[in-house]
Design a protein around this ligand. Structure first.
Ligand code: ZN
Ligand code: ZN
Length: 300
């Protein structure tokens, strides 16, 4: 029997506020190992309802330093400590990760003191401890972590002007999943995804985004409309996701980090994916917050 290898989707949205889709975050579950990948707004609050104990996570990995991928880090660190974690959290990510963690730890410093004063030895006396490793940016997948039979490789993607920004390839029990991070169509992602069992990919529905921009303009909110007009330059239209999945020959595609962040509505999700199967013949689905999806071996 094959071992458990799942992606738990904590947040499938983007910076745009949405009731159903939080900022980006996933947990890779491989056997007994839990690895957090990104922790955007609301993602830490999804852990317990999604069935993941914060203290069961000993490794956190970041794709890039955009807010929608990291502003729930303090909440996660706090939940992990009060949840009983007794070892330092190991953190990996691109250049900038150390600075981000240092800033959040500084923000929490006073409260850590208050909690220790109030709860005494019920909490680990070291407080919140984190060990950061910044991973170099490479085009070819670079192995940087092996834990419990699980291995992670990083590769640079194209999210300019966010440099560096990473995608990740994860292998476990003879299966592999590739997490795109935030990116435009790029060859490094297509190469890393070659033959993967699952591609978890960011996705933008350009027509739906244009509708949102039109509504904002109609409502006189031209500044917000203008900001959204900048979005397509560094994200991937669904047509490009399909093209990349076909080129790489991946087993299946799961869309996350949806732009715009549509509600949990099957019809809207079907509309979001419309046309993709004309290019890519495999299974495509839209993930929802707190959904668990098994990484299954691809059909030959
Ligand atoms: Zn993002
Ligand atoms: Zn981003």
């Amino acid at each position: 029997m094959s071992e458990r290898f799942e992606i738990v989707f904590l947040g499938t949205g983007s910076p745009l506020p949405n009731a159903d889709r939080c900022g980006a975050g996933n947990v890779v579950v491989a056997g007994d190992t839990h690895v957090l990948v990104d922790c955007g707004w609301g993602a830490a609050r999804r852990l317990v309802p999604a069935g993941v104990r914060p203290a069961s996570i000993d490794v956190a990995i970041f794709t890039h330093m955009h807010t929608d991928h990291m502003t729930d880090v303090p909440d996660f660190l706090f939940q992990r400590w009060t949840g009983g974690a007794s070892t330092p959290l190991r953190v990996f990510g691109p250049e900038g990760t150390q600075e981000m963690i240092d800033g959040f730890l500084l923000a929490l410093r006073r409260d850590i003191g208050f909690r220790k004063a109030h709860h005494g030895d019920k909490l680990h006396p070291d407080g919140i401890t984190v060990q950061v490793t910044e991973v170099p940016a490479t085009g070819e997948p670079l192995p940087f972590l092996a834990a419990g039979g699980l291995s992670f490789e990083s590769f640079e993607v194209d999210h300019f002007p966010v440099v560096p920004a990473f995608g990740y390839r994860v292998r476990f029990d003879g299966r592999s999943a590739v997490l795109s991070g935030d990116t435009s169509f790029c060859e490094t992602l297509a190469t890393a995804a070659e033959g993967a069992d699952m591609l978890v990919c960011e996705a933008m529905n350009a027509a739906m985004l244009q509708q949102v921009i039109g509504l904002l303009r109609f409502a006189g909110r031209s500044r917000e409309a203008g900001l959204l007009e900048d979005v397509p330059s560094y994200h991937m239209p669904t047509e490009d996701v399909a093209r990349l999945a076909a080129q790489a020959g991946v087993g299946e595609v799961v869309l996350s980090h949806l732009i715009p962040p549509i509600p949990n509505d099957t019809e809207r999700e079907t509309d979001f994916m419309a046309g993709m199967n004309a290019t890519y013949g495999g299974r495509v689905r839209v993930a929802r917050d707190m959904q668990r999806i098994e990484v299954s071996r691809r059909q030959a």
